[in-house]
Design a protein around this ligand. Structure first.
Ligand code: NAD
Length: 465
């Protein structure tokens, strides 16, 4: 009899994990006690000494071998991810996420990291080296549990650190299965998973032997972690929430951009940090953009993730479904016009909420100014581009943003005026493992991906003579 990954990671007790599409029981997740967390960190501290001494080419090979292992288990990982997180197998969802894990592992393994000569003249010579930090504590969310874990794990390991990772309590099985597969190719104890809730995460952020916290999650939790981690002067990367604006310019072609606009907003059923969460459209093409988006939304099947035809799934949990419902209901009550959706089936077993487009909404409505993190997009009408830019920049967060136009030069000028970590032109949320990604304002600090991302999990060390 073959043992599945789920057989290997589930526990006899611990919290029940239910399928968000059906309510069916999947498995019980193991829980790490406070004492076990201390043991895990101690193991990672010991393993880090030899891992840091391992030549870089060997660390690179180990990461490629880990990527091979993920490829070998890709379908099993995607199925478990779909059942636990809810995202469909197809579309930019579960199979895509597992593929992204492979791509990010291989890219983190491949980018050259060389010492930089800063100064070399008659006054002297200075070089900047990048040393390992020690043990990285990684804490993640439930929306892209496998991919975001790899964003934290791969660069940390490449740079000679070991990792203790605490998955979200909503999606522990996905991360435990991924870690199991990665560890089949990695030396013992360089990567240790510690499933548990926020209190275990807090313990990790307090731990004296953790050198750096890589955190992806909400702004509120990020602020709590910054305070806790101050006592031990931990390094931090904070990838926090956003409320990304997209601005359509009046020369855009509504039919040509509609599908990309849709997926910019509804990727992973809207549960994406850098998804398009508010769309500003000029009066002159407002109705055409609304019409084109509605036509795209109407043809996207939503349902149980394991059913191959679906490309939209449920919300991962009841709390998030209720946030979306509350914001859409308030928008409707305010007189905004629902183009499609907003009428959930209360008898459905899972946490489904239909893909929803809301037009003629006040720019200060909570569906616009709060992060909905689900399948509901407000479309705000504007007549003055400067006003639209001011609205786009008017929030405390600034993760991504986008400008949509037939004129790339004009779009680039508008992009330069937006306050965000990334501004995409004629697309939204298109991340790439070679291109740094991070937030502006309260969306966080520090960069992930690319050479910059590798440097963020290293201690800069100047040697000067
Ligand atoms: P969350 O902040 O509720 O939880 C994230 C993680 O933090 C979980 O593992 C949780 O157990 C842990 N945690 C909770 N309290 C803690 C504490 N006091 N100390 C340490 N850890 C603690 O976020 P979520 O609901 O899982 O994720 C959704 C949010 O994450 C959204 O706001 C979204 O925009 C954001 N997000 C950002 C990015 C990005 O790259 N910027 C990516 C994905 C999600």
């Amino acid at each position: 009899m073959t043992t599945t990954l789920l057989d290997q990671i589930q526990s006899a007790d611990g919290p029940e994990i239910l399928d968000p599409a059906t309510g069916e029981f999947i498995a019980r997740a193991p829980q790490t006690s406070a004492a076990d967390l201390d043991d895990a960190v101690a193991c990672a501290v010991r393993a880090q000494v030899s891992w840091a001494a391992t030549p870089d080419p060997e660390r690179q090979s180990a990461l490629h071998a880990a990527a091979d292992a993920v490829e070998a288990h890709a379908e099993e990982l995607a199925q478990l991810l779909s059942r636990e997180q809810g995202k469909p197998l197809n579309g930019p969802n579960a199979r895509f996420e597992v593929g992204a894990c492979v791509a990010w592992l291989r890219t983190a393994a491949s980018i050259p990291v060389e010492p930089e000569v800063l100064l070399d003249d008659e006054s002297g010579h200075a070089e900047l080296h990048y040393r390992p930090l020690g043990v990285v504590g990684a804490i993640g969310p439930w929306n892209w549990p496998m991919m975001i874990s790899v964003w934290q794990i791969a660069p940390s390991l490449r740079m000679g650190n070991t990792v203790v990772i605490k998955p979200s309590e909503y999606t522990p099985l996905s991360v435990l299965a991924l870690v199991k597969v990665l560890n089949s190719a990695l030396p013992a104890d360089v990567l240790i998973a510690v499933p548990g809730d926020g209190s275990l995460g807090k313990q990790l952020t307090e731990h004296a032997d953790i050198a750096k916290i890589m955190f992806t999650g909400s702004v509120t939790t990020g602020k709590a972690i910054i305070k806790t981690a101050a006592d031990t002067m931990k390094r931090m990367t904070m990838e926090l929430g956003g409320n990304d604006a997209g601005i359509v310019l009046d020369d855009a072609d509504p039919a040509a951009i509609a599908e990309d606009l849709f997926w910019g907003a509804f990727i992973n059923t809207g549960q994406t940090c850098a998804a398009l969460k508010r769309l500003y459209v000029p009066d002159s093409i407002y109705e055409e953009v609304c019409q084109a988006l509605t036509e795209v939304a109407a043809k996207m099947p939503m349902g149980i993730g394991l059913e191959e035809q679906n490309v939209l799934g449920p919300l991962q949990n009841a709390k998030q479904r209720d946030i979306v419902a509350r914001l859409v209901d308030a928008a409707k009550d305010s007189g905004a016009r629902v183009l499609i959706g907003a009428d959930p089936d209360d008898d459905a077993a899972g946490f489904f909420y239909p893909a929803t487009l809301v037009a003629d909404i006040d720019p200060q409505n909570p569906l616009v100014t709060e992060e909905q993190f689900g399948p509901a997009l407000p479309i705000i009408r504007y007549t003055d581009l400067d006003q639209a830019i001011e609205w786009a920049n008017g929030l405390e967060v600034g993760l991504g943003s986008s400008v949509w136009s037939s004129d790339v030069a004009r779009a680039t000028e508008v992009a330069a005026r937006l306050q965000a970590g990334t501004t995409w032109i004629n697309k939204h949320g298109a991340i790439d493992p070679r291109v740094p990604f991070g937030g502006a304002k309260q969306s966080g600090f520090g960069l992930e991906f690319g050479l910059q991302g590798l440097k963020e999990v290293a201690q800069p060390h100047v040697i000067q003579r």
